[in-house]
Ligand binder design. Structure first.
Ligand code: NAD
Length: 483
């Protein structure tokens, strides 16, 4: 439905079921990354707005948590229906702020599916019972924390919103959520839909603002008992520190990745090549789960690299995110563009081979060429750090044990993949890879609603999706009943 334009773009904060300007009246600008022109000017929340949102969430908590689970499920399903009806507008708002192509936006459709699934989990939040103590019936209760906080990144705003608000609200918590300063508009549309479906006031409060002061104020707030954060490891560490230094609130973290793919000599390259290319091109490489390090067996390396060159050029064709048929947009903003270019310049300066790409695309907009970096030293920063662009590093190997050491030699552990036709090897390698998710003969973005998602090591702490998602939004209580 190219050519769509919304009648109105909301730019205020959503507190206690109403749209309000920030108390300071301060605004910040968002630049459209395709045109480099102003997309919107948005009210910026400060610590005093966080206080107002927490107060509203606190007042809303008793009645929201007292509702039956099926009533809460009902609200979430109504919200999912409203999101589905408005998905074009939601995707449009993301396209003009962070550049994600908006026609047929499968990431947002997947997000809505997640919300429906999480709504169904409201009825599965149960404790256990035990007859193991003589003269007792003992039980456990799973109860909401109360007022919770959430901080989300800019790369898939609606999906990130759903991963937090879905389980938090299903479990009976109320929420203060901060969007990213790069892409706040789609969540403000969600707020308008919350009003339309009659979500009780104060249950969900949405603030636009920066990490400091807004995110920090949420992380430090004494009345917030749990915070869930998605973003970089640097900011995740700051959130955990602020939580520790305030009220030791419960923290879950979804952080970055530098995910390895291991491609053995017997791999089906007809599958491995398009899957590996798609993994780093999706969302212009701005995905925490992007498989950005590929280890290919030396005996098939030339064939694999030739195939990747063709696939990345064909599949990575960029264009206007508002035009029908565009599959890849620009990087989200000038900061991200400069960051990715600094890695490409590092590769150039260090004479690391780049079989394709390595530069900017065009003169307007923050577009970057699909890039392959080949045979970079294992300890170089392109192999160690998250680049967050359409860039894949390809190295070769000959020995299974040795490649596993290199694949696991990272502080990250979000996703890993293996391509082989040998079942025993596939399972052995899947077990050995240090990551929260492992793809066998597939790679990211492969995920499933009912399987947990989260990171090992510095990729995070906690899980989203699946039957475990609500565990992270509830306290567990033991009740001892003497007979
Ligand atoms: P970021 O860490 O810069 O920002 C994320 C959010 O944190 C933003 O809302 C930002 O305003 C806020 N923030 C920044 N500093 C803060 C502070 N000191 N206190 C509180 N809040 C603060 O990350 P980003 O650039 O928005 O997103 C990209 C990163 O997110 C990448 O590292 C990516 O891998 C990661 N990510 C992880 C997942 C996952 O599920 N594991 C999903 C998407 C993105």
């Amino acid at each position: 439905m190219a050519g769509f334009k919304p009648d109105h773009i909301e730019n205020r904060l959503f507190i206690n079921g109403e749209f309000v300007p920030s108390i300071s009246g301060k605004k910040f600008d968002i630049v459209n990354p395709s045109t480099e022109k102003l997309a919107a000017s948005v009210y910026e929340a400060g610590a005093e707005d966080v206080d107002a949102a927490v107060k509203a969430a606190k007042e809303a908590f008793p009645s929201w948590s007292a509702l039956s689970a099926s009533d809460r499920q009902g609200y979430l399903l109504k919200l999912a229906d409203a999101l589905a009806k408005n998905v074009t507008e939601l995707s449009y708002l993301e396209a003009i702020t962070m550049g994600k192509p908006y026609v047929g936006d499968f990431l947002n459709m997947f997000g809505i599916e997640i919300l429906r699934y999480l709504a169904s989990k409201a009825l599965d939040i149960n404790g256990d019972s035990s007859l193991n103590t003589a003269g007792h019936v003992n039980i456990t209760l799973r109860q909401p924390f109360g007022v919770c906080g959430a901080i989300i990144p800019w790369n898939v705003p609606l999906l990130m919103f759903i991963n937090k608000a879905g389980p938090a609200l299903a479990a009976g918590n109320t929420l203060v959520l901060k969007t990213s300063e790069k892409s706040p508009l789609s969540c403000l549309k969600v707020a308008q839909l919350c009003q339309e479906i009659g979500l009780p006031k104060g249950v969900l409060n949405i603030l636009s603002g920066f990490g400091r002061p807004c995110g920090e104020a949420i992380a430090k707030h004494m009345d917030i008992r749990k915070i869930s954060f998605t973003g970089s490891a640097v900011a995740g560490r700051a959130v955990k520190k602020a939580a520790a230094e305030s009220n030791l609130k419960n923290v879950t973290l979804e952080l970055g990745g530098k995910s390895p793919t291991v491609i053995f000599e017997d791999a089906d390259l007809a599958k491995a090549i398009p899957a590996s290319a798609m993994s780093v091109l999706m969302n212009s490489g701005q995905a925490c789960i992007a498989s950005s390090r590929v280890y290919v067996h030396a005996s098939i390396a030339d064939k694999f690299i030739e195939g990747m060159k063709t696939a990345m050029i064909q599949m990575g064709k960029s264009g206007d995110p508002l035009a029908e048929g565009t599959v890849r947009g620009p990087q989200a903003d000038k900061l991200q563009f400069d960051r990715v270019m600094s890695y490409l310049n590092y590769a150039k300066d260090n004479k690391i081979d780049m079989p394709i790409g390595g530069g900017r695309e065009g003169n307007t907009g923050y577009f970057i060429e699909p890039t392959i970096i080949a045979n970079a030293p294992e300890d170089s920063k392109v192999m160690k750090e998250e680049i967050f662009g359409p860039v894949v590093c390809i190295n070769t190997f000959t020995d299974e044990d040795e490649v596993l050491k290199r694949a696991n030699d990272t502080e990250y552990g979000l996703y890993a993949s293996v391509f082989t036709k040998d079942v025993s090897r596939a399972l052995r390698v899947a077990k050995a890879l240090e990551a929260g998710s492992v793809g066998v003969n597939c790679t990211s973005p492969t995920m499933a609603l009912d399987l947990p998602f989260g990171g090992w090591k510095q990729s995070g702490d906690g899980r989203e999706l699946s039957k475990y998602a609500t565990d992270y939004w509830t306290e567990l209580k033991s009740v001892f009943i003497a007979l």
